[in-house]
Design a protein around this ligand. Structure first.
Ligand code: HEC
Length: 259
């Protein structure tokens, strides 16, 4: 039983081999491209992550380019490669069903291209995929912390100095998010003068965001490729609290409190 199956398989492979030999460079090229596609699409994902469609397209384009170069090395192989295509398209000496197939291809191909173009150009009525919470809830250990540093003019001054040193390149010397390094970041550095940012927030929230930065944002804040640095690695807590004071004072805002 098993032997019979194997034998059948062998016969099938031989037949395919004969067909390939007869079909010449063109048939071999087609088999190679289809095989490569099946491999990239179905076999490779068994071992790694699935490939994105445009990467598969790129590989196939490269493979086709390679095959065309190989097939057009000599005049003879060029004829062998393009001959069947040209003969099929020109309809030379075709009869019956072949004629119909040719007509179908000639009609369907422009329709397909037109449909593709239409599908890629038509505006989508789907909501934008990137919906995110701009001010996600901070982790429990940061909730309700209060600033332990007394709000004295000296501390506020020091906070502003630290802000100028560490934060103003992005958030701006005027606290308006227009620092010299701000351009090109998406999302842009927060504008603290705008009533939509720190005026809405508690000091504990700022403490969390400054300490953990963009990498500390929870899932509901994603996708959010924030450039905000994680300052806990560089600044002692006392400095962070002073910076928060200087930030509110400089932006002429007051932290939100639970009155
Ligand atoms: C490399 C540029 C960069 C630097 C330097 C930087 N930030 Fe930011 N910051 C950002 C960006 C971009 C955002 C907006 C995205 C986000 O919320 O993560 C942001 C957001 C924030 C927020 C959140 C505001 C809100 O409305 O949620 C706070 C608070 C903040 N920064 C404080 C600071 C402080 C304080 C410093 C200095 C110690 C600083 N940042 C330094 C880029 C920077």
């Amino acid at each position: 039983m098993k032997g019979g199956l194997l034998l059948k398989g062998e016969v099938l492979l031989k037949k395919v081999g004969v067909l390939l030999d007869k079909g010449g460079v063109l048939a071999q090229g087609v088999v190679l491209v289809v095989g490569l596609y099946l491999f990239l699409k179905f076999i490779l994902p068994l071992f790694t992550a699935p490939l994105p469609a445009n990467l598969i397209f790129l590989y196939l384009t490269l493979a086709v380019a390679g095959i065309v170069i190989f097939a057009t090395i000599s005049g003879e192989s060029t004829e062998e490669f393009f001959g069947p295509i040209v003969r099929f398209l020109s309809g030379e000496g075709q009869t019956g069903s072949m004629k119909i197939v040719r007509l179908l291809v000639l009609v369907l191909f422009p329709l397909l291209v037109g449909w593709q173009t239409y599908a890629s150009a038509v505006p989508s009525d789907m909501p934008p995929a990137e919906s995110r919470t701009i001010h996600p809830a901070p982790p429990g250990e940061f909730v309700g912390l209060s600033n332990p540093i007394p709000n004295t003019p000296e501390n506020v001054m020091m906070g502003k100095g630290l802000f100028a040193a560490f934060c103003s390149p992005c958030h701006g010397a005027n606290f308006d998010g227009k620092g010299p390094a701000a351009r090109g970041f998406d999302p842009p550095p927060a504008n603290f003068v705008d009533p939509g940012t720190i005026a809405q927030l508690q000091e504990s929230y700022l403490y969390w965001r400054i300490k953990k930065g963009g990498v500390g944002l929870p899932v509901e804040g994603m996708p959010w490729k924030s450039a905000m640095p994680r300052w806990e690695l560089e600044l002692p807590d006392e400095w962070v609290w002073k910076i928060i004071m200087g930030e509110y004072d400089g932006a002429h805002q007051k932290p939100r409190t639970w009155e």
